[in-house]
Design a binder for this molecule. Structure first.
Ligand code: T5A
Length: 219
């Protein structure tokens, strides 16, 4: 049985890391849904950037306050992180049948480096294709929240990383990118209203996951 790749995406502070952890607790915890136990599916939680040892080092370079990093260098570092992650983690785990919950993937590069930084979308498609070897997500949950709301959440949390410090227009272009992606790939991307409470968003996600699992693993 081949596994499934489920990706969490969205602008800064959309709550994806919080929701991904809640999903993990749900799937492997005491309230684990019957369908998850029945198929004895193994669960892997990972992220980009930083899902491998090399990726952790690249993440430091990408997230720390490094004003000298050019837009093209940034793009290539995200691509390098992804290439390593796909080869070392995603493909082997999917081949062994795991369900993977992944914090960010190819759509982040399109939204941030393409729409946000204004780099060529066709070049990004080529780089994504080289880095992934064609591996697409089975489901991408786009946690949709107003940019201002998301940024306010991250500010409450304390020190901002390099990209969080970018201006509001940059983050609005990133949001536009996600909107365009959701229109272009409705079969893969599901929009989740992420403006409500953590519990409310989690309920929406559980519903989407339950529906997809019943299609992927019919009785
Ligand atoms: N990046 C990444 C690119 O530019 N290109 C790429 O190709 C890739 C892969 C690091 C950076 O890399 C960029 C994007 C990023 O700038 P990251 O680690 O995913 O990527 O960084 P963030 O997006 O900053 O992720 P965070 O974990 O910091 O934020 P999340 O996941 O959006 O939000 P979360 O869950 O940590 O929540 C943020 C705060 O909000 C609260 C939480 O408690 C927390 O304090 N919160 C809520 N508050 C109220 N209501 C809710 N519903 C809430 N949900 C969460």
């Amino acid at each position: 049985m081949s596994g499934k790749l489920i990706v969490f995406e969205g602008v800064e502070g959309c709550g994806k890391t919080t929701q991904l952890q809640r999903c993990q607790e749900w799937l492997v915890g005491q309230d684990s849904p019957e369908w998850f136990q029945r198929f004895a599916i193994s669960l892997v939680v990972t992220r980009e950037p930083g899902g491998t040892q090399l990726g952790c080092e690249l993440r430091q370079l990408l997230c720390e306050d490094n004003k000298a990093l050019s837009d093209s260098a940034e793009l290539l570092l995200y691509a390098a992180d992804r290439a390593q992650h796909v080869k070392e983690v995603l493909k082997p785990q999917l081949a062994s049948g795991a369900i993977i919950l992944c914090d960010r993937y190819t759509d982040s590069t399109i939204a941030y480096q393409g729409y946000g930084r204004g780099l060529s979308l066709s070049l990004i498609d080529q780089l994504n294709s080289i880095a992934t070897g064609g591996l697409e997500s089975n489901l991408t949950l786009w946690l949709d929240v107003d940019v201002e709301v998301g940024l306010a959440r991250t500010k409450n949390r304390g020190r901002l990383d390099r990209i969080e410090q970018a201006n509001l227009e940059f983050h609005q272009r990133v949001q536009w990118g996600y909107t365009e992606l959701a229109k272009a790939y409705p079969q893969r991307i599901v929009q989740v209203d992420s403006s409500g409470s953590v519990e409310n968003v989690q309920q929406q996600i559980r519903l989407v996951l339950s529906q997809h699992f019943s299609q992927w693993y019919p009785d």
